[in-house]
Design a protein around this ligand. Structure first.
Ligand code: 13P
Length: 249
């Protein structure tokens, strides 16, 4: 059995005070603390406040991005060394918004993945097709390409903490959710790529999350699908009540 992981991606929302208030209101609403891995991913400037707020609760804190170098003249960037020093344990890599608006490529995703693993962070690597690719029947090809390139040159031993998130771009922030069947078939493609890159034993343990309009009213059916090992949630994770309804699926 793979332990489920539920991650809140707060994108460019919330101040440090907002994060503290969120954690205060959210913690008492968790029905089964410790059942699943729960990760909050606020903006960089909120990481410290969020880490302080979750202390002793068992909740984890992740960043939404990192640079692949450990330091250097890269104005505006943040490295693995800085994240680890803060106490961050997870990091989202290659989110479709980063690919779409900030020119991230399969190659930068690969470099960032290597960097995160090097530092002992648990990377959540995002893959997923856009609507035109799905309609053209290219979903599997896109997922295979994104995974092959992301995993390139990385050993199974090094990749131990890897998590993948399948986030079909047409489902992000649109209210359109992939059915559990659509997600499961994409997850199987990703798992096959993990077999190729890291071997069957590794792939069997790899957690593959689903992301894209996960809401309190659809989370239960998604989590009941054995191929879905958790969720990466945007909009519905911003409010303690709806996020607790999701983690209490
Ligand atoms: P929504 O849950 O708002 O669709 O966002 C999904 C997402 O992008 C999580 O990374």
């Amino acid at each position: 059995m793979r332990k489920k992981l539920l991650a809140a991606n707060w994108k460019m929302y919330k101040t440090p005070d907002d994060c503290r208030a969120f954690v205060r209101d959210f913690l008492p609403l968790i029905a089964n603390p410790g059942r699943d891995e729960i990760v909050l991913c606020p903006p960089y400037v909120d990481l410290h406040a969020t880490l302080e707020a979750v202390k002793g609760s068992g909740l984890c804190v992740g960043a939404q991005n990192l640079h692949w170098e450990k330091e250097g003249a890269f104005t505006g960037e943040v490295s693995r060394v800085m994240l680890v020093a803060l106490g961050v344990t997870h990091v989202i890599i290659g989110h479709s918004e980063r690919r779409q608006y900030f020119a991230e490529t399969d190659d930068t995703v690969n470099r960032k993945l290597e960097s995160a693993l090097e530092a002992g962070l648990a990377p959540i690597v995002c893959v997923g097709e856009v609507l035109e690719e799905r309609e053209a029947g290219l979903t599997d090809d896109v997922l295979r390409r994104q995974c092959t390139r992301a995993f390139s040159g990385i050993s199974a031993k090094k990749a131990e903490k890897l998590v993948v998130a399948y986030e079909p771009v047409w489902a992000i922030g649109t209210g359109k959710t992939a059915t559990p069947q659509i997600a499961a078939s994409a997850h199987l493609v990703i798992r096959e790529e993990a077999v190729e890159a890291f071997g069957a034993e590794f792939a069997d343990k790899l957690r593959i999350l689903y992301g894209g309009s996960v809401k309190p009213d659809n989370v239960k059916s998604l989590m009941a699908e054995p191929e879905i090992d958790g969720g990466l949630v945007g909009g519905a994770s911003l409010d303690p009540k709806s996020w607790s309804a999701i983690v209490n699926y």
